[in-house]
Design a protein around this ligand. Sequence first.
Ligand SMILES: Nc1nc2c(ncn2[C@@H]2O[C@H](COP(=O)(O)OP(=O)(O)OP(=O)(O)O)[C@@H](O)[C@H]2O)c(=O)[nH]1
Ligand SMILES: [Mg+2]
Length: 270
Amino acid sequence: MPIRRSALAPEKPKPKIPELVKDIIRISDIVLEVLDARFIQETRNKELEEFVRNLGKKIIFVLNKKDLVDMKQKAQEIIGMDLKPYFFISARKRLGIAKLRRMIKIEAKRLKSERKRVNIGIIGYPNTGKSSLINILTGKSSAKTGADAGFTKGLQYIRLTAGIRILDTPGVLPESEYSSSDPEAIKKQSKLGGRTINTIRDPEMVVTGLMQSHAKEIEKYYGIHAGGDAEVLIENLGRKKRFLKKGGLVDEDRTAKFIIRDWQKGRIRI
Ligand SMILES: Nc1nc2c(ncn2[C@@H]2O[C@H](COP(=O)(O)OP(=O)(O)OP(=O)(O)O)[C@@H](O)[C@H]2O)c(=O)[nH]1
Ligand SMILES: [Mg+2]
């Protein structure tokens, strides 16, 4: 049964690493940390990695959404990043999946001599594509996916092959971003997809943040020349899409949210 999202519920303080995620890590034999290839360092969660390592478990780094990045540039960027082993993949475009699946099976086979069943836990920052990866690996659409952060809520098991189970987890924010109301933190979370559109009070501010770092790519995507100015972009796009309020003024809020949604859905290549 699909789990209802409680996007409108008041934000309650959450534990830093949710108990559910800790439990899944505890029963996992191998852990895959899914990172966004666009923002590798920013979506990494060192506390979570430490928790896994302290339990003596191996981490495989999965750099997802490679369809959105320039691979030549990325190959340079990750040198010396201490990500071993790592796999660049695209769950959306089905790139790099066979290689990753092979690696998982080899690791699992090694462990299977010691136990009946091998559990693979999938962890990571919200919205990096954990559930999408599971669907691609298993060839089923059993793990629910969605553009909103925090889409995966409960425990989900999916069978990979006989004796190998994959466990999905809800995305976890790093401690430094936890319940922050600082505008810079909100901009960052929205850019990384760690904050859902429903909880963004000032979408124009977020678009301003996106334009500060990626104006060229965003303007190209919409075919609008805005000279890096978020207001100009919103005004023009709102007119183009006919997102208008009474009196014919552009509905800036709606237009800004539309841009954030495209960004979080991974439609804009950078
Ligand atoms: N461009 C691109 N988008 C992707 C890729 N993989 C996933 N996405 C998109 O990223 C968004 C999040 O995907 P999910 O699989 O729900 O991410 P998740 O990590 O399970 O998210 P939470 O459960 O909320 O933490 C969706 O809009 C996906 O379509 C990819 O390889 N490329
Ligand atoms: Mg999910």
